[in-house]
Design a protein around this ligand. Structure first.
Ligand code: ZN
Length: 300
């Protein structure tokens, strides 16, 4: 993204705050004291401040992020992140300070906090709408099991199975799995969504129905009934992820062994995760992690 475009979108405090709120609070403001979701009112004459209707606390979208106690405005943080992310070889604190109109010392601290955020950003949970699907690399697992469709293939196939979860408009996670059963898929989905804190979109496999009941929501696209898109509920994103991966295998790598599938899938996922809008990446770095249930706590 060009600097002029970036500034047109994120050049004001209001625009940066609105962007951060939309990413950090996809379901409405979240009170950091009592956890109430979308039950707060904006406080008059204090832009960005919300008051919780449950516990009365005033809070902002920056609560729990490194920006919370910063004297720098949000737009300075955004611009600093842009300058750091947009430069392939990095940027010195002297240059960063000049560009932001702050001292070199401030720029040095800011730069370090941002780099730390970016590092941790890679492992942040998927959130919002998360599409999940699994596939034999070579064909759709469940279709392949139906030997009437593809005689001589499918059941008993040695093709490795890959599981993928893709956040709508966000990152992808992949893992090689032994089967599409609950024991193989559910713990991964649980881990990748920070303890189920996402709305699942999947097809009708029983495994997804089981884990979906423990997540924030679950929307099923019934492929067996030839239903593929219902409003925003579809799995086109994750199917597109698999489609690109399979085309890369054919076109770039020609053949991959099951043993190395996870590495190729990881490389594909890395490219997928880094093709996005810089601002989206910025915002995801800022998503705080609140108390989350562990997988063990959920299943016990
Ligand atoms: Zn509250």
């Amino acid at each position: 993204m060009k600097l002029t475009t970036f500034l047109a979108r994120y050049g004001t405090e209001e625009a940066c705050r609105a962007h951060l709120e939309s990413v950090r609070w996809p379901h409405g403001p979240v009170c950091d004291r009592c956890g109430a979701v979308d039950n707060a009112t904006p406080v008059a004459k204090r832009p960005g401040v919300y008051r919780c209707r449950d516990c009365g606390k005033d809070f902002r979208v920056t609560v729990g992020t490194p920006m919370e106690d910063s004297r720098l405005p949000l737009r300075t943080w955004y611009l600093a992140m842009y300058l750091i992310l947009a430069s392939s070889k990095g940027i010195s604190s002297v240059k960063l300070g000049e560009q932001l109109g702050i001292t070199q010392k401030s720029a040095w601290f800011l730069g370090h906090r941002i780099r730390a955020l970016l590092d941790s950003g890679e492992n942040l949970p998927l959130s919002g709408i998360v599409e999940a699907d699994e596939s034999y690399i070579g064909g759709k697992a469940r279709n392949l099991r139906n030997s009437a469709v593809r005689p001589g293939r499918g059941r008993g196939t040695k093709k490795p199975m890959l599981f993928a979860a893709v956040e709508r408009g966000g990152e992808a996670r992949t893992a090689r799995i032994a089967s599409a059963k609950i024991d193989d898929i559910a713990p991964l989905l649980w881990k990748w969504t920070g303890g189920g804190q996402a709305v699942l979109s999947s097809d009708e496999l029983a495994t997804y129905r089981w884990i979906g009941r423990k997540m924030e929501g679950h929307h099923v696209v019934n492929h067996a009934r030839r239903e593929f898109v219902r409003g925003q509920w579809h799995v086109n994103t994750v199917e597109g992820f698999f489609g690109l991966f399979k085309r890369a295998i054919v076109g770039v790598w020609h053949w991959i062994s099951g043993k190395h599938l996870h590495r190729y899938a990881g490389e594909h996922g890395f490219r997928w995760n880094h093709r996005e809008d810089i601002a989206d990446r910025i915002a995801r770095c800022l998503i705080g992690q609140h108390g989350r249930l562990s997988w063990k706590e959920l299943v016990k």
